[in-house]
Design a protein around this ligand. Structure first.
Ligand code: 5GP
Length: 118
């Protein structure tokens, strides 16, 4: 079955789309973690980073330049932001269609607890 993000790309379900081109799409996360929370994903339904191939490099590279463009557009390029890609169970991945979270608009704190503090 098509991923929820493929269904957004096909306009089968609604989303607030901020950017789209031949390789990638970017839209607002339905359950945001910060004032800016955008998902950027390749149009090809690649389930996880483990499934990426050399043919996907153009789309995967495009995700980074689109992230920079959107960060500038949303006014958080200078204040800063975080780009996150979760992979499989330990990574906390819920949607199996590669995506980058662009999160910002507030101080995000440390990335993860240090091993020594757990
Ligand atoms: P993951 O945990 O896989 O890295 O992140 C999946 C993200 O997709 C979550 O932040 C979740 O809020 C978002 N999400 C799940 N379903 C939908 C949806 O139907 N529309 C949008 N815009 N975001 C979704």
């Amino acid at each position: 079955m098509a991923s929820v993000f493929s269904r957004i790309i096909a306009r089968e379900i609604p989303a607030e789309i901020y950017y789209e081109d031949d390789l990638v799409i970017a839209f607002k996360d339905i359950n945001p973690s910060a004032p800016v929370h955008i998902l950027i994903c390749p149009k090809r339904e690649i389930p996880t980073v483990n499934d990426a191939t050399p043919e996907d490099e153009a789309a995967l590279g495009r995700m980074w330049t689109v992230a920079a463009k959107l960060a500038a557009q949303f006014g958080i390029a200078e204040s800063g932001y975080r780009l996150i890609t979760n992979v499989n169970a330990d990574g906390g991945q819920e949607v199996f269609h590669i995506h980058m979270h662009l999160v910002g608009g507030r101080p995000l704190g440390p990335m993860l607890k240090r091993v020594k503090d757990t």
